[in-house]
Design a protein around this ligand. Sequence first.
Ligand code: UD1
Length: 419
Amino acid sequence: MDRIIIKGGKTLKGEVEISAAKNSVLPIIAASILSGDKCVIDNAPMLEDVFVISDILRSVSADIDIDTSNRKIIIDTKSVCDVEPCSELVKKQRASFLIMGPMISRFGRIRVSLPGGCNIGTRPIDLHLKGLNALGAEINIGHGYVEAIAKKLIGKKIYLDFPSVGATENIMMAAVLAEGETTIENAAEEPEIEDLADFLNKMGAKVIGAGTDTIKIVGVKELKGITHRPIYDRIEAGTFMVAAAITKSLIKIKGANEQHLRPVIAKLIEMGVKIDIKGETLIIDGTNNLNATDIKTMPYPGFPTDMQSQMMSLLCTVEGTSLIAETIFENRYMHVSEMKRMGANIKVDGRSAIVQGVNKLTGCEVKATDLRAGAALVLCGLAAEGITSVTDVYHIDRGYVDIEKKLKCLGADIFRQEN
Ligand code: UD1
């Protein structure tokens, strides 16, 4: 298994380009099933998760061409048929469950293995299933599989107990071809939901209100193939913002939407980071001494859970006491024990973590336990004294395009050791 090796203590400089959002591209690839036509994704991020969901679509007979050098994905779903997606692939990734909405919408039936994904909590799928059931699907669960069958999907008013991103996306995708009108109340408001709605609307769907807590979907008869360029990855941008702050550097981040990053920008400014916004470029000046702060993860537009571990890396290096409350996932502190091995002073009590800043982190071998935890350990390594070796890098590769190459271009002493 590959590892990333970092010699800490280098100041970063220069600029980095942000890739398209993984969490936009995965549902968009799934949604292309709805068109039964050819869809093209421009500037697609060449990531392991993208390859896996593409293989899942291939396993139901989609024809997918991934042009890695031009970052283009051409998906032809004309030949997609009502077969079971490969369970080995589905188990690799939680987002694979997103093919459920489009498949039931197009074929009236889907049998799919229960999904996998990062080890950050129990991550049930009850809200997805309740939503599909409300639209008329009969759901059966057993032997590690979910089966949904519907002669016809009919629009309904659906209230989500929690604004789940995946459930909102799955219900939206099931509802676009349903008969009549669907309303999702207490819907997730994440920018990636808006991006999916843009994709669906370009195909001919009628989705209104995505990005707010109430989404209305008026069913249409059919959708057509289109070309789409997804939004930038706000979590990748946030990770590089922290990279600047933790190394006390000044860098330029190209390809960032200030609106999508509001909670991260606000928190970093509160800590003393200077951020200059010039259109889609952010200039991050982390050369000041920073203050400790408190963070509570919340559904968008609150502070993103996907930035919690990276912010913890930074707070470990900032004088004073910070309090982190993780309200979205119940098991998202697996990076803590690895950070402690590097000298961090963190105490976890249930969903809260108290971080006491230390004078220095020290490099050692640490293990990436999930995607964002892995990125957080790379960030710790940038600031640590000596050599940090991050193992199980495959987690990081699921969601960051060439993280070590991008950091190296910024001046970090970092490389990948392939095994
Ligand atoms: C998506 C993102 C992930 C991010 C998360 C929260 C993708 C591919 N992944 O994941 O990076 O961390 O949003 O911003 O977009 N829940 C239920 N029942 C359900 C569904 C969810 O109880 O049916 C719970 C989950 O266990 C979790 C919370 O709701 O505690 C949030 O999950 P959700 O918003 O669904 O996250 P994902 O769509 O899995």
